[in-house]
Design a protein around this ligand. Structure first.
Ligand SMILES: [Zn+2]
Length: 181
């Protein structure tokens, strides 16, 4: 669970989606919720999900199908937030689907049921590019803070883009067009 990475995706999507400040705040809140909600499945065992249940951690809630449904539902409830509802739904679905895909890149955890309900295979990418963040209060340990620092470095471009002040020049290359003097 690259938790800071998921938040960074939601923040960047909100920045990209809405141009004016009030809508940007709403879009950022919406997309950050969509980029992080799959990890609510850590509560499934307490709610009675038994061994083998698709609702356990990194199961159905991490699937592309649930991501698509969540994006659609979010657009229906929140509206377009300055864009068309279709664009909001597609962005929301992509943001939610990014969670499961990023989780497949982490080491040390269970695979992800990306294709639920078509199958219940837990998949991991062949590459481990991200650290797996510890769950719950273990996140506040030394190793948890080290992982958060690593994520901050890996997702720095998204965080800078999302949090760059509105009135300041955007980071990144700029093309200056100067006329003849
Ligand atoms: Zn996750």
């Amino acid at each position: 669970m690259p938790s800071l990475g998921h938040v960074a995706v939601g923040l960047a999507a909100g920045r990209l989606h809405a141009e004016d400040r009030p809508r940007r705040l709403a879009a950022t809140a919406l997309f950050t919720a969509l980029s992080t909600f799959p990890d609510l499945d850590v509560l499934a065992r307490r709610l009675g999900a038994g061994r083998g249940s698709p609702w356990l951690h990194r199961g159905a809630l991490h699937s592309v199908a649930i991501a698509a449904a969540a994006g659609l539902l979010a657009a229906l409830l929140a509206g377009g937030l300055g864009r068309s509802r279709l664009r909001t739904a597609l962005t929301g679905a992509a943001v939610a689907a990014s969670h499961g895909l990023l989780d497949t890149l982490t080491g040390g955890g269970a695979g992800v049921m990306l294709l639920w309900p078509l199958d219940t295979v837990r998949r991991l990418a062949p590459w481990t590019l991200l650290p797996a963040a510890p769950m719950g209060l273990r996140f506040l340990s030394v190793s948890g803070l080290e992982i958060m620092a690593t994520e901050a470095v890996l997702f720095l471009p998204l965080l800078v883009y999302a949090l760059w002040p509105s009135g300041a020049p955007r980071p990144g290359p700029s093309v200056a067009c100067q006329g003849p003097r």
